[in-house]
Design a protein around this ligand. Sequence first.
Ligand code: AKG
Ligand code: FE2
Length: 275
Amino acid sequence: MTYQTLPLSPALGAEVRGVDLTHIDDAHAQELNELWLKHHVLVIRDHSVTEDELVEFAQSFGSIENARKMSPLATRPEIMVISNIREGEAALGALPDGELFWHFDRIHQKVPNKAGVLHSIELPSKGGETRFSSMCQAYEALPEETKRKLEGLTALNTYQYGQTNAANKQLTKDSPSAVHPVVRTIPETGKKALYVCRLMTDRILELPEAESEALLAELFDHCERPEFIYEHSWRLGDTLIWDNRCVLHARNDFNENERRLLKRVTVGDTVAPIA
Ligand SMILES: O=C(O)CCC(=O)C(=O)O
Ligand SMILES: [Fe+2]
């Protein structure tokens, strides 16, 4: 082992020390992948990187998916800019403002992405923390009866781009949607993870509407319990990678008059979620 790890919360997350993000060889990449499978969220502190270096680092975890729209604040199509920086009225990045409900990135697609990498460049003086919740822990903690009830269930997930909470969802016929198992198994570890989220999961297909609504409300509350969560308070030069297959994330509100700029690289998956 080359790297030293420090746990970030009882549920998930580890800070990894001794990483040179600009020199990741095959052995380093393998070690980082093992740590990522074990801790689900890895944080490397105090290490500013260029866009090229960030993309190269993310490639250690799989193949990269381009951003949906290229931002004027990025120089490569792989870089998704998460920022509230504006030119006039127009936001130059995605997901510009405020609180963001619990979600899995791209769960509304057939093959959602495997991991997300975020790198911090400008930060507000307070707020804007990103929270991560372990869906392996959340599944484990369910009563046996609920685990049995969830077997074989699938859910419809939809998303309208830019939407940040579930209350103001205004779906159109063209809003992307995908059906996935309510509990998925992570191929490398065989671990089961709850796979629903407040922002995008609309309906459990095998249940009558009222029953689906009641069960989802119960599951959302369960997923967001504090004991499953690590809250990341950003410092400049942080690089964070999370397992988007079994970790939910959300963002705390922050002052809209202060600038926040993160650059994200999205690691694609090769297989759709399996039950
Ligand atoms: O701004 C953040 O902290 C997180 C944004 C987000 O949800 C993402 O990059 O997928
Ligand atoms: Fe996200």
